[in-house]
Design a protein around this ligand. Structure first.
Ligand code: FAD
Ligand code: SF4
Length: 462
């Protein structure tokens, strides 16, 4: 096999892109897509597919690209993944399919599978062919709670199998974190998310908005009207540090900050619901959510944005690409630093921190950060965004206590069927795993969908 260097998607310059919310990555041109597809050697044992949580047949779709059969590529992906434009943009491919690509180490770098998937997904959206609903109809009703990637995937698979599916969504828009969390500059809403969801509606998925299951409709009432229920309510409840001053004006959870900007479009000059953005902003945490919050604050006009993290660069949980993009955009990393108090009278005027150093590994195998003696200092900030994690919202479980949860508040399910402690009630995505990834949520939605479809066929063939 000949070594050929990987082609990467085109990315706009950091100093240009921080002036707007347009997409950072412009994807592949046709020529780059062809050159990159040609690097794939269509391995018979498809190691890359083994790294994909939904098992996309990667060599098959890339072979179609090599043969200029874009429609074939769309069909090959969509058997396993209904949201290729989204996954091509946000999946951590470097830790999944691309991690296992035979080209990774010595042959010029893994094939850019994510970039190719995005190209195919965008081609399908641009072509805008009407999606064909299933001709099979089974007398089996499914309610899906939550319209994030888990719920959308379960709903799509069940609908295509002929089941009658209704999604109930708390917000006025569908998509879950795809719509309210991941910023426009990484995942365009009208151009991509809305269009992907419209395709699902074309196949017959019904979506009921502004409906909180557990408040607007009780779980028990839902179970009377439907044969099966899938819970994909995510993990949207923010965790705070519990340090003094966290209740001051100017302290946000990353979820609230990003929801106001993404869902409520606070970045538009004529927004009815603008959001406060400081001149000097501290974002506490170092995952993808923290990177998104920091990069959003920069785009809203903050002069200084600090990512404050108690461990080092190697331990940052965010995707390497997101960290690099954040640095290119002028985000300042305050590593080995831990906040101890938010300062201010009514509004934030600073954040007290201590310096840390890495000690011996803890139970998770990661080096435990320990406080350096006499290292206290004040970071000059007027806004603090907490981004240290999220948990499932307990609302549904509080209203319907038959659902078993574990000590972290996530729903307990049978790993093979995704069924909860209640018969015919299934769950998947962040509500089960805690905050994870889009593709893992989709995988769980698929698995639950397969069980629900099998139950429907069994019931309807009696
Ligand atoms: P969610 O996407 O959270 O959707 C749950 C939906 O349920 C929401 O729409 C919510 O309104 C609704 N809901 C909740 N309770 C109720 C109720 N009682 N009744 C009705 N509706 C309800 N993952 C990646 O793979 N790549 C990334 O780059 C990435 N970046 C991220 C950036 C941010 C800012 C965040 C917050 C997450 C990111 N993730 C990323 C994680 C990923 O988005 C989640 O793992 C994924 O969205 C989980 O999907 P889900 O369907 O389980 O839940
Ligand atoms: Fe192509 Fe890499 Fe998958 Fe082999 S492992 S089929 S080269 S993408």
């Amino acid at each position: 096999m000949v070594k050929t260097e990987r082609n990467n998607v085109i990315v706009r310059d950091g100093d240009v892109r921080i002036k707007d919310f347009a997409e950072v990555s412009e994807g592949f041109t046709y020529e780059l897509m062809k050159a990159e597809a040609e690097r794939c050697i269509n391995c018979k044992n498809a190691p890359c597919t083994k790294g994909c949580p939904v098992g996309v047949k990667i060599p098959q779709f890339i072979k179609c690209l090599q043969e200029d059969d874009l429609d074939g590529a769309v069909r090959a992906i969509k058997i396993d993944n209904n949201l290729p434009s989204i996954c091509g943009r946000v999946c951590p491919q470097e830790k999944q399919c691309e991690e296992l690509c035979v080209r990774k180490l010595k042959l010029g770098g893994s094939v850019a599978i994510g970039g190719l998937e995005r190209y195919v997904g965008d081609y399908a959206l641009a072509k805008n062919e009407k999606a064909v609903p299933s001709t099979i109809k089974l007398d089996y009703k499914v309610a899906v709670v939550g319209s994030g990637p888990a719920g959308l995937t379960c709903a799509a698979d069940c609908t295509m199998a002929g089941l009658d599916v209704t999604i109930y969504e708390a917000f006025h828009k569908a998509g879950g974190v795809l719509t309210y969390g991941i910023p426009e500059f990484r995942l365009p809403k009208d151009e991509i998310v809305k269009k992907e969801i419209a395709k699902l509606e074309e196949i017959g998925v019904k979506i009921v908005y502004n409906t909180v299951i557990g408040k607007t409709i009780r779980m028990e009432d839902l179970l009377e009207d439907f044969d099966a229920v899938f819970i994909g309510t995510g993990a949207g409840l923010p965790v705070f540090m519990n340090i003094p001053g966290e209740n001051l004006n100017g302290v946000y959870s990353a979820n609230e900050f990003l929801t106001r900007v993404n869902l409520m479009k606070a970045y538009l000059p004529d927004s009815d619901t603008p959001v406060f953005c400081g001149n000097s902003v501290a974002v506490c945490g170092a995952g993808n959510v923290a990177m998104d919050a920091a990069r959003t604050a920069k785009r809203l006009g903050a002069e200084h944005v600090f990512v404050v993290y108690r461990r080092g660069r190697d331990e940052m949980p965010a995707r390497a690409e997101e960290i690099e993009h954040a640095i290119e955009e002028g985000i300042e990393l305050k590593l080995l630093t831990n906040p101890t108090e938010v300062l201010g009278d009514t509004h934030v005027t600073g954040m007290k921190c201590v310096e840390m150093e890495l000690g011996a590994p803890d139970a998770s195998g990661r080096c435990r950060p320990v406080v350096k003696a006499d290292s206290e200092f004040v970071l000059d900030v007027d806004q603090v965004i907490m981004s240290i994690g999220t948990r499932p919202n307990p609302l549904l479980v509080n209203e319907y206590s038959a659902l078993e949860i574990n000590k972290w508040g996530t729903l307990v399910v049978n790993e093979e069927t995704q069924e909860t402690s209640v018969d015919n009630v299934f769950a998947g995505g962040d509500a089960v795993t805690g905050a994870a990834t889009v593709i893992l949520a989709m995988g769980a939605g698929k698995q639950a969908g397969a069980t629900i479809i099998a139950r429907a066929i069994a019931k309807c063939s009696k």
